[in-house]
Structures are given as structure tokens and as C-alpha cells.
Ligand binder design. Structure first.
Ligand code: PMP
Length: 442
């Protein structure tokens, strides 16, 4: 290693010599130091980001929206949160030296060997702060994005006791990924069985998404049979979207960093890049189920990015710190307040535009007492479930596409094509263009 470094330095010096830089003194020594730092240690300024050893910048996501461009509100891409995190300085930044997080293992003494203890600590702290889930007496597991944890749950709870594939259901409109993620491997362990409201049987996994994607409804299981296993998808059970009405204490509850903090892009990446993997966690009461889920993640990806877990721990810690009474944490460092205000303002504008249009409808506003904010609050769902209420258009997604607005049509959620789902958590630019276009539709 040392030989390679000094060889590299010699090469750098030869290179510098060739172009005559070593001819003079101090200025050139400084230049060499900078050159070596940039070439061999990844330092240097941002304009050097050309693959030549300079600092690696993250990609920028979707292109910016202008008043006449296509606006893509198909995904719930939570770019709305960027403004908040830009305003928090370094409170959520981390630096990981090259020698750290190298081992596969995180916690050999715990139930989940790939779970970073610091991440687990902050996750538990956050749930205690918000009061949305009971964590005492529960395991906390980590996975890579919803797809992995969701499949880990299916794996752990399948097949049915007679060996046949477990049926997986959810009441329509259901999250559009449930059918595709359940079926894409054509597994003999489980299969998508559609709308829970029309399911003719009693052995199943019921996915209970509350608040629900796409329509924001607050849900309880609809299958009452003893052999149904409800799995709660609490991606949106956070105070910016819905009143926190109880500390949920179900057997299996899925949460995601994506929709809580806005860091959807924190998915598995490379060791040199601080942006890694979207950390999600499941709170699981039954140890055997937890162990099977851990096995799935072990077989699937041999654990979950430590870098991402460390970053997520720092981010979640910053959120919790913003609610500590002591530090001078002004309003800007209180994530849930920022996001709730923003969502409420957007919903007010959307409801006004829809009322003025006379051709669309939205689900009724829900409200309830929120134990987190100690007041009665109105829900601000992460998606607008927009319905066309006249007879001349059958396919609302196609109609909006003509207006250069990309949404997701009702058939993807198990219902008719006169409804679409529209993301409410995108950038201000995208939301403004959407509202302005909607206002012109009569
Ligand atoms: N569950 C639901 C209901 C969702 O809407 C989403 C995001 N679309 C997720 C889980 C998981 O999102 P991610 O994979 O970005 O963590």
C-alpha cells in the first residue's frame, strides 16, 4: 500500500516535472499538494468532477419543471423536503472515512446481525417522540427499500399451512406495487389474490396501508378470519400526513425513511458515495417471523448498507434534536411542522382549484385529534386521488397526459380509469405548474 502510494506520488511528480511546474518554489509545492490530494485522495473542487479523481457529486434527480414542460407526478418522489434539509446546515451531514463500515457485520450480539445499533437507537427514539408505534418489546429490523422488506414479510409468512401459495390481498384502491411485487417472481410461496373486499377465502396476508396510498383513507383490516395475517404498511403514518391517533402495536408494521424524512434516494450505493440505500424498518413482535425476515435479507443482499444506516441515523437524530426543548431549534429545524404546513398549504390550493373546476372531485377531508401536536388536525395525504365526475372522459390519466401532466391511472390500483393518483410531495415548481394547469380545465 505504502509502495503504491509513493509510486503514485513519484508519477505525480514526474508529471508535474514534465509540464515544467517544479521550476519554481512555494507556489508549485502547494500546487503539487493539491494535485496529489485531488488525484489520490478524492479532494478538490467540484468542477473537477469528471471521473479524474475529483470529488464525486450526486446526480440531480428529475429535470426542473418550467411552465410549459411535462410535469411528472406519477411517483411519490418526496423532493418537497429538500428545502427543509437545505436549511438545516450540517446537522444531518456525515463523513465516513475510507476505512470504516468495511465488515459485513454490524451487531453480532443482537437478533439482526446487519442492523447498525446507532440506527436502531434513533429509530426507537423517533417512534417514542412521534408516538406512532410502540417499540418496547418489539424487534427493529432494517431492509433495503420497501420492496425488500415487503418481500421479506411475504417469505416469512408463507406458504399457507397446507403448503399451497399464500394469498396476498388488500382492499382496492390498493398501492399499485403490491400486485407486481408479489407476482414478479412467480413464487410458489405466495400469489396476489386481488381486492380484499371481494376475496373469497380466509387464509391470506392482508396488506393494510394506513393512511392509504392512493386515496389517503384510514384503514383497519377487512378480513376478519383468524387465519388472515394483517401486515400494516405505515409508510405515511407520520404527523405531516395524518393525525397520530394511537401508538400502533400490531405484529408487523412497516415504516420507511423515504416518506418520513424525504430521503427516498438514500438507497444502496457504493462505499465512496454518502448516498446509499433507503433504510426501512419493520417492527416485529414474533421472533420466528423476525428471524425468517432476517434470513430473507441475508439470502437476498447479505444485509443492508451500513453507510445508509449511519446516514439515516444522523438524519433521524437531527429530526429528534429539532424537538428537544433545550437547543435553539427554531421552527425551521422541526421537520414535521415544516412538512405539515407545506402539505396543508398545497391541499388548500388543490381543493380550491378542484372546487373551481367543477369537473373533478377529491375524497372528503379527514380530521382527528393528533397526540403529537396536541390538537385536532386535518389530514394532508401524500397523494391526491382525483376523480373525473362527468361522462365524456373514460381515461383520466390519458386526458391529463394530453395536458402534459403524468399521473397514475385508477386501473393500476384495482379500480376504474376515471380516477388518478397525483403526487403531493414533489417540488414547488412541479406542484405550481400542476395547479395552474388544473385551474384551466373546466
Ligand atoms: N409503501 C407505500 C404504501 C408506499 O407508497 C411506498 C412508496 N411509494 C412505499 C411503501 C415504499 O417506498 P420506498 O421504496 O421508496 O421506501
Amino acid at each position: 500500500m505504502a509502495g503504491r502510494e509513493s509510486g503514485g506520488m513519484a508519477a505525480a511528480l514526474r508529471c508535474a516535472g514534465r509540464i515544467g511546474i517544479l521550476a519554481t518554489v512555494a507556489v508549485n509545492l502547494a500546487w503539487i499538494a493539491t494535485y496529489i490530494r485531488r488525484r489520490y485522495f478524492g479532494g478538490g473542487n467540484r468542477s473537477d468532477n469528471n471521473g479524474g479523481g475529483g470529488e464525486v457529486e450526486p446526480s440531480r434527480g428529475k429535470p426542473p419543471v418550467t411552465s410549459d414542460s411535462i410535469v411528472n407526478l406519477d411517483h411519490g418522489d418526496p423532493t418537497m423536503y429538500e428545502e427543509f434539509w437545505r436549511g438545516t446546515g450540517d446537522s444531518a451531514s456525515i463523513f465516513i472515512p475510507g476505512w470504516q463500515t468495511m465488515s459485513y457485520f454490524s451487531d453480532l450480539g443482537g437478533i439482526c446481525w446487519f442492523l447498525e445499533p446507532g440506527f436502531e437507537r434513533e429509530v426507537r427514539r423517533l417512534h417514542r417522540l412521534v408516538g406512532n408505534a410502540v417499540v418496547d418489546g418489539y424487534h427493529v429490523l432494517v431492509g433495503t427499500g420497501s420492496t425488500q422488506l415487503f418481500q421479506a414479510v411475504l417469505y416469512a409468512l408463507s406458504p399457507a399451512s397446507d403448503g399451497t401459495p399464500m394469498n396476498v390481498v388488500s382492499p382496492a384502491p390498493y398501492y399499485s406495487s403490491y400486485p407486481s411485487v408479489t407476482n414478479y417472481l412467480n413464487s410458489a410461496l405466495y400469489r396476489w389474490a386481488g381486492d380484499a373486499n371481494t376475496f373469497d377465502g380466509d387464509t391470506c396476508i392482508e396488506l393494510v396501508c394506513s393512511p392509504n396510498n392512493p386515496d389517503g383513507g384510514l384503514r383497519k383490516p377487512v378480513i376478519k378470519s383468524k387465519s388472515s395475517k394483517p401486515v400494516y404498511d405505515f409508510a405515511y403514518y407520520w404527523p405531516q400526513y395524518t393525525p397520530i391517533t394511537e401508538a400502533a402495536a400490531h405484529d408487523i408494521m412497516l415504516f420507511t425513511v423515504s416518506k418520513c424524512t424525504g430521503h427516498a434516494g438514500t438507497r444502496l450505493g457504493t462505499v465512496v458515495c454518502l448516498r446509499g440505500d433507503a433504510c426501512r424498518w419493520a417492527l416485529v413482535k414474533d421472533t420466528k417471523v423476525a428471524q425468517k425476515m432476517i434470513k430473507f435479507i441475508e439470502l437476498n443482499t447479505i444485509g443492508v448498507s451500513k453507510d445508509s444506516q449511519l446516514r439515516a441515523a444522523k438524519i433521524i437524530g437531527a429530526i429528534c434534536n429539532g424537538y428537544e426543548p433545550v437547543p435553539s431549534s427554531g421552527k425551521t429545524s422541526q421537520l414535521f411542522h415544516f412538512a405539515k404546513e407545506k402539505m396543508a398549504a398545497r391541499w388548500a390550493r388543490l381543493r380550491a382549484a378542484v372546487a373551481a373546476s367543477d369537473i373533478f372531485t377529491l375524497p372528503y377531508e379527514l380530521s382527528g385529534y393528533c397526540s403529537f401536536s396536541n390538537e385536532t388536525v386535518t389530514a394532508n395525504p401524500p397523494f391526491a386521488w382525483l376523480r373525473y365526475n362527468k361522462d365524456d372522459i373514460e381515461d383520466l390519466e390519458a386526458f391529463l397526459l394530453e395536458k402534459k401532466i403524468i399521473t397514475r391511472g385508477g386501473t393500476r390500483f384495482g379500480v376504474d380509469a376515471r380516477a388518478v393518483r397525483v403526487s403531493m410531495v414533489d417540488t414547488d415548481q412541479a406542484f405550481n405548474v400542476f395547479i395552474n394547469r388544473l385551474a384551466t380545465m373546466k
